[in-house]
Ligand binder design. Structure first.
Ligand code: CTP
Ligand code: MG
Length: 223
């Protein structure tokens, strides 16, 4: 395997409601992070997994993941970008492709991991999985009055894993300014082209209680 995957998992999960940090919340009896790491480890290209855990949970996360896959666990930061930077700093020499994958996208299929990695291996500097936007999108003002309708044909909803040539991600993080919600955004700021590949509906980000309920149903239906 030539791929290292960074797994930001240090978020609180405020939008999911009160409870443990989101990566440790249960889905079908197991933490979201366990589901996510198991699927990453099932992708043949993946050599190294580095998890950025909530700072108070590092030891517990090491124990939790030991039976799932060999992983490196580091404390995350206050923003997602800081968590990714901490994980990136812990990647050993070797892997030439780095993927960044949200623990919250717990049902992401190994096939999507492989397709993103393959696109980077084929020569793309940065690759993101995307889906078309299905809803009509309006731009509104501060009073929720519509300013206009955006042409959704040119829009994409972005998922993870996002994949990068290692040197590209390292340079983008070294130059990073204000925190962004994804890593491709940092690479874009460096003027590097970011390519899209088809995403997966199973790579939905579990954000609100509805998403967790949906994930429970998807798992139950898949057996
Ligand atoms: N994340 C992280 N470190 C942070 C914030 C977020 O590693 N300081 C991770 C989350 O654990 C998650 C991913 O980034 O796997 C995407 O973030 P999000 O879905 O926003 O998760 P949370 O920040 O936990 O949720 P919320 O914003 O509702 O609190
Ligand atoms: Mg968040």
């Amino acid at each position: 395997g030539d791929v290292a995957v960074l797994v930001p998992a240090a978020g609180a999960g405020v939008r999911l409601g009160p409870g443990r940090p989101k990566a440790l919340r249960l889905l079908a009896g197991e933490p979201l992070l366990v589901h996510a790491v198991r699927r990453l480890a099932a992708a043949a290209s993946v050599h190294t997994i580095v998890v950025a855990a909530p700072a108070a949970e590092v030891a517990g996360v090491r124990e939790l993941l030991a039976p799932v896959a060999p992983v490196i666990v580091v404390p995350g930061g206050a923003e997602r970008q800081a968590s990714v930077a901490a994980a990136l700093a812990a990647v050993p020499a070797g892997p030439t492709i780095i993927l960044v994958h949200d623990a919250a996208r717990a049902l992401t299929p190994p096939e999507l991991v492989e397709s993103v990695a393959a696109a980077v291996r084929d020569g793309r500097a940065a690759v993101i999985p995307v889906l078309p936007v299905v809803d009509t999108i309006k731009e509104v003002d501060a009073d929720e009055v519509v300013l206009g309708t955006v042409d959704r044909a040119a829009l994409r909803a972005v998922q993870t894993p996002q994949g990068f040539r290692r040197s590209v991600l390292t340079a983008a993080h070294a130059a990073a300014g204000d925190p962004l919600t994804d890593d491709a955004g940092l690479v874009e700021k460096q003027g590097v082209a970011v390519s899209c590949v088809p995403g997966s509906e199973y790579a939905l980000k579990i954000t609100r209680p509805f998403d967790l309920a949906l994930a429970e149903h998807l798992l139950a239906a898949d057996g």
